[in-house]
Write a protein that binds this ligand. Structure first.
Ligand code: BG6
Length: 502
């Protein structure tokens, strides 16, 4: 949520530069910022990895990302690219990183902002952060480097606390940027704009008008080639503890007094504090899990999770997780928040659906009112980025008949400009030094604290019914029961769009 232009020279030291994350997301984001003229003239990318390459070799390794870009532009970008071959576990690599930084800065004649981006497997976060600190690279006089890490940060509360204690041995909280890439998505940032830049929604954004909120992050892909990681994670750790919790905070938080990193994150923390803990005895009432079996997605037959490459044929890892949460505060008391996410669901759709209460008195005759649907605001996060308000209208004709209709704001129609990618936005924010879109340690800790009883109970009671949903379906029956117990139901996103006239 930058408010300042980026002008200071910087060096981005990219650990894991030869890996998938660097190649697919981080370097393309930097290149996009460079191509669009968003970064200053003086910057340096220093890739660090074990591959035996020099700067030219590294540039050729990256070359596939520049696609249709004119070669001169890629050539110009490569003038800013350097590479250092080193082992992340050896102190000497950090001494050499330090020498490179000093030599760039000597040539520049001033100190550049230093950003250390750990695009490595999570098991290397701690050793790299400790080595950086020991090499004097976390703080150099008054100048403070920034450290960027990605989720997953731990696999439970205890491991998160341990990792965080190590990260903060040499780096302060202000220096650490914990990425949750959902926060970089345009439509996610737009939740705050919708709520706090318009006088219309906030007065009804509370328990007096809202019946419930449902957050769906559905993916049609399976585990792909990430079984090694996913088998140790599962949907609750991989998606719900972070991405969906962030969405929940943005929907539920109070307005910040100022648009600054700490104010926004304090308001999110207020939500985390108010979340009603799920006690172990009630996990079965408040949480549901599932694992996909074989099925059909977009007309193609796909295997079940247990038959995916690298997956244990008896795996108990959940590929679907749903939670019912309550926020015990003045605004949200008794309004359930239903969260669900899963792989191999019918489509890739993320959306937040806010369902309003019915009118207090129905004055229309029964025959006019047959098709009444609840008023609902849907924030479509991806792939069709839009805001949709469903409400009731009179159908044209001599008779009084009510029908649902939609007011839709579609990003693609509303704006010509292409949205930046989440990584472009987040990298820019790191370089500017604005942490609003990043997770603060207390938030991550609170999210682990909330899901810990669910993790514990699930680990202690292996699922007997896995696989319990077919690929291409909307998930297990247990998730339906979660809402049905309250007399509610999930609304499948596709149905939400089809039922109305537009
Ligand atoms: C990642 C998860 O954080 O988010 C993946 O590890 C998931 O399992 C991905 O597929 C989804 O992100 P997006 O941006 O494609 O919705």
């Amino acid at each position: 949520m930058n408010t300042q232009p980026l002008s200071n020279p910087f060096t981005l030291v990219l650990f894991g530069a030869g890996g998938d994350l660097a190649w697919r997301l981080v370097v393309p984001a930097l290149f996009a910022l460079f191509s669009k003229g968003h970064i200053p003239e003086h910057f340096q990318l220093l890739g660090v990895d074990r591959l035996d390459l020099d700067a030219d070799g590294f540039c050729s390794h990256l070359a596939q990302i520049h696609g249709e870009t004119p070669p001169e532009k890629w050539g110009n970008f490569c003038k800013h690219v350097d590479y250092l071959c080193g082992d992340f576990l050896e102190h000497d690599s950090y001494r050499r990183v330090s020498e490179r930084l000093q030599s760039y800065e000597a040539e520049l004649g001033e100190r550049a902002e230093r950003v250390f981006y750990l695009a490595t497997p999570p098991s290397l976060f701690v050793p790299i952060a400790l080595h950086l600190g020991e090499a004097g690279l976390a703080a150099d006089g008054d100048a403070r480097a920034r450290l960027v890490v990605e989720k997953p940060l731990g696999r439970d509360l205890e491991s998160f606390l341990e990792i965080n204690a190590s990260l903060t041995t040499h780096f302060t909280e202000e220096q650490i940027y914990r990425i949750d890439h959902f926060l970089g998505k345009e439509t996610v940032q737009n939740i705050l704009a919708l709520r706090f830049a318009n006088p219309l929604f906030e007065p009804v954004w509370n328990r007096s008008y809202i019946d419930h909120v449902a957050i769906t992050v559905a993916e049609s892909l399976g585990v792909e080639n990430r079984a090694g990681y996913y088998e140790t994670a599962g949907a609750l750790r991989d998606m719900l503890q972070n991405h969906l919790m962030q969405l929940l905070c943005l929907v539920a938080m109070e307005p910040p007094a100022a648009f600054d990193a700490n104010d926004i994150r304090n308001r999110k923390m207020d939500v985390m504090h108010a979340l009603r803990p799920i006690t172990p005895e009630r996990v079965h009432e408040y949480a549901a899990r599932g694992q996909y079996g074989a099925g059909w997605i977009a007309g193609q037959s796909v295997p079940g999770y247990r038959h995916e490459t690298g997956v244990d044929p008896h795996s108990e890892t959940e590929t679907y997780a749903a939670l019912k949460l309550h926020i015990d505060n003045w605004r949200w008391q008794d309004v359930p928040f239903y969260l669900r996410t899963g792989k191999r669901l019918p489509a890739k759709i993320s959306e937040i659906s806010i369902r309003f209460n019915p009118v207090p008195h129905r004055a229309f005759p029964v025959w006019a009112d047959q098709e009444t649907q609840p008023v609902r605001l849907t924030l479509q996060i991806q792939p069709d980025e839009a805001i949709r308000l469903r409400f009731m209208v009179k159908e044209p004709g001599m008779q009084l008949r009510l029908r649902p209709a939609d007011l839709v704001f579609d990003y693609a129609d509303g704006f010509q400009e292409e949205s930046p990618s989440a990584y472009e936005t987040l990298l820019y924010e790191v370089l500017v030094g604005d942490a609003s879109l990043f997770m603060r340690a207390d938030q991550v800790e609170a999210a682990w604290r909330l899901v810990q009883p669910v993790l514990d109970v699930w680990a202690a009671t292996p699922p007997s019914d896995f696989p319990n949903y077919a690929s291409g379906s909307w998930g297990p029956e247990a998730a339906e029961t979660l809402t049905a117990r309250d007399g509610r139901g999930w609304l499948t996103p596709a149905a939400a769009r089809e039922n109305g006239p537009g």
